[in-house]
Design a protein around this ligand. Structure first.
Ligand code: AMP
Length: 281
């Protein structure tokens, strides 16, 4: 059985024991409801470290008032089975009261980056992310922490925070895992009906269009965004939150889409908000 640690004190002690034995530690923070995207991070962590710790914590601080905190899927037993199968060594599953004891009032603001893209429609989201990731990094003190490109803005915020605050960890970003149709795997895909799952393919289709326009020598960001919009709005259940082409570190809009820039979209499919992105090559 995969050990599930729930207290900050115990996880610190376990990590201390690993260190005493000169073992390296890889860390994969998640909110659970695991899928192949999460497992790809764990597999990579296992290849590169002696021990792999996976956190499962549905972080209340990163959900807005009208968001899906209470209905977010929680599937611990299945998650543990999947994690055992890919060689994780330990799960850290703290209670919110363990992470945020009474009186907790600290935040981490990665200014400017937190306001762009998803930050506009999810105010406070990236402060919640930054606080929880920083706290988890302190508790687990891994050599390497693994994140998915799927949440591109999150990776930019975390890399900036780790650099600005001199956190002693290597951050690795791994590619997006998609289903056969191109839909980026996400725990929130569980909310989609069968027709919505088909409509949701428009995110990746629009991103593929952006890539092919670049390859055809069309760099005008506005033109690309307009073509993408057309693809997305052809789906009846789709409402666009944003289509942006940005610099990968500053997340500022670029007028011309060039190699290394990121094309990012957020689209509501029915009631479910989905995000996706590609890095232009
Ligand atoms: P979450 O449980 O949604 O907080 O995600 C935990 C980690 O898994 C984050 O670093 C995500 O970016 C990553 N992740 C989520 N979906 C995917 C995916 N489809 N491919 C690769 N990584 C992913």
């Amino acid at each position: 059985m995969l050990p599930v640690i729930t207290s900050a004190r115990d996880i610190k002690q376990k990590i201390k024991d690993f260190r005493t034995n000169a073992l390296t530690v890889g860390f994969v923070p998640t909110m659970g409801a695991l899928h192949e995207g999460h497992l790809s991070l764990v597999r990579q962590a296992k290849r590169e470290n002696d021990k792999v710790v996976v956190s499962i914590f549905v972080n209340p601080l990163q959900f807005g008032k009208n968001e899906d905190f209470s209905k977010y899927p929680r599937t611990l037993e299945r998650d543990c089975e999947l994690l055992s199968g890919v060689g994780a060594d330990m799960v850290f599953q703290p209670e919110p009261s363990e992470m945020y004891p009474p009186g907790f009032c600290t935040t981490v603001a990665v200014e400017r980056l937190e306001e762009r893209l998803c930050g506009k429609s999810r105010p406070g989201h990236f402060r919640g992310v930054a606080v929880v990731v920083l706290k988890l990094l302190h508790l687990v003190s891994p050599d390497i922490a693994y994140f998915g490109q799927k949440d591109f803005q999150q990776t930019a915020v975390i890399k900036r925070m780790v650099s600005d605050l001199s956190v002693d960890v290597t951050i690795k970003i791994l590619p997006i895992v998609r289903n056969a149709g191109g839909l980026a795997l996400s725990s929130r895909n569980a909310y989609l009906s069968e027709t919505e799952k088909i409509d949701a393919l428009c995110l990746y289709q629009s991103l593929t269009k952006a890539q092919s326009m670049g390859k055809a020598g069309i760099f005008d960001a506005r033109k690309i965004a307009m073509e993408m919009e057309e693809i997305i709005l052809a789906r009846s259940s789709a409402i666009i939150d944003y289509i942006s082409i940005v610099h990968p570190e500053t997340l500022e809009d670029v007028p011309e889409a060039r190699s290394g820039n990121v094309v990012a979209v957020a689209v509501r499919i029915g009631k479910t908000r989905l995000i996706d992105n590609v890095i232009l090559s």
